[in-house]
Design a protein around this ligand. Structure first.
Ligand code: CP
Length: 312
């Protein structure tokens, strides 16, 4: 069991068969999280570095815990305490890690395409943990994992993605992944936060949250990315919340058993109300647990390649 690729940089070029393989492996490995002693030898002898140039709680911690639970040698570098602060380039940083015997690098970077550049210049496998406004493939995989656990499959599901689509790498990766898996996707937000090319990706675009959510299986809120907003895109947070917040009124339009999802971190009272985030159909906390399982699966499947090739 291994993925026939060196890196995971986005879901745009990942097949349905590969997505199924990752989700199946995550389902098996999730059992480790329920054991009293969370330790397996799956990644013994493997070294993993997480390289974060942007803030993160969920993604960074889940990769670090996944590495530790599976007995890898793991270390974290954040840009503030690395030689990047002294002017070292990303390629030089990557080559330095390569020479230390790193097998896999997990990178989050504010520039779209940074993981792709790194992957071209290092021997180690590279996983994109979020690059600018481009992709966040492991988030979309854990979202699909959570949907599949509850709905039994992805084909035929209708998913509404509501909010700041323009700045959302989570939306982009979910659109690629869900479309590949045969789900229907609707996106909704203010016209200033919906990129022109969205319809070309095969999704239904609407500025009406009611139209987006009507009869869907999944309502996914997106974080309003306050740190990436340019002036003039939004009149005010109050008006944004008034028209686009996921609240109890909007959720009544979705299917009775619709899942409420959000990648986190939440801006409560802006893109989602606390009542909606905490209601019984919300699987936001389950997404976090699924995130550890999916990242365990990816670390395992990408590093196995090396051992399986060596055994051939
Ligand atoms: N969803 C997500 O990427 O969260 P973090 O920024 O906390 O990693």
């Amino acid at each position: 069991m291994a993925l026939e690729r060196k890196d995971l940089l986005g879901l745009r070029d990942v097949s349905a068969r590969e997505i199924e393989e990752i989700l199946d492996a995550a389902k098996t490995l999730r059992g480790i999280l329920e054991q009293n002693t969370k330790k397996t030898p799956h990644l013994q002898g493997t070294s993993i570095v997480t390289l974060f140039y942007e803030n993160s709680t969920r993604t960074r911690m889940s990769f670090e815990l996944a590495s530790k639970y599976m007995s890898a040698a793991s270390a974290n570098i954040s840009s503030a305490v690395s030689s990047v602060a002294k002017g070292e380039t990303l390629i030089d940083t990557g080559r330095t890690l390569d020479r230390m015997g790193t097998d896999l690098i997990v990178i989050r970077h504010p520039m779209s395409g940074a993981p792709h550049l790194l992957a071209k210049h290092v021997r180690a496998s590279v996983i994109n943990a979020g690059d600018g406004m481009n992709e966040h493939p492991t988030q979309a995989l854990l979202d699909m994992f959570t949907m599949r656990e509850h709905k039994g499959g992805l084909r035929g599901l209708t998913v509404a993605i509501v909010g700041d689509v323009a700045h959302s790498r989570v939306a982009r990766s979910n659109i690629w992944g869900l479309r590949t898996m045969g789900a229907e996707v609707r996106v909704c937000g203010p016209s200033t936060l919906i990129p022109d090319e969205m319809e070309k990706l095969g999704v239904h675009v609407t500025a009406s949250v009611e139209e987006a959510v009507e009869g869907v299986d999944v309502v996914m809120g997106l974080r309003l990315q306050l740190e990436r907003q340019q002036a003039g895109l939004l009149p005010s947070l109050y008006e944004y919340a008034n028209f686009f917040a996921i609240d109890e009124r909007v959720l009544r339009l979705a299917k009775k058993d619709a899942l409420i999802m959000h990648p986190g971190p939440l801006n409560r009272g802006v893109e989602i109300t606390s009542a909606a985030a905490d209601e019984e159909r919300s699987v936001i906390n389950e997404q976090v647990t699924g995130g550890v399982a999916v990242r365990m699966a990816l670390l395992y499947l990408l590093t196995r390649r090396k051992y399986e090739r060596a055994a051939d």
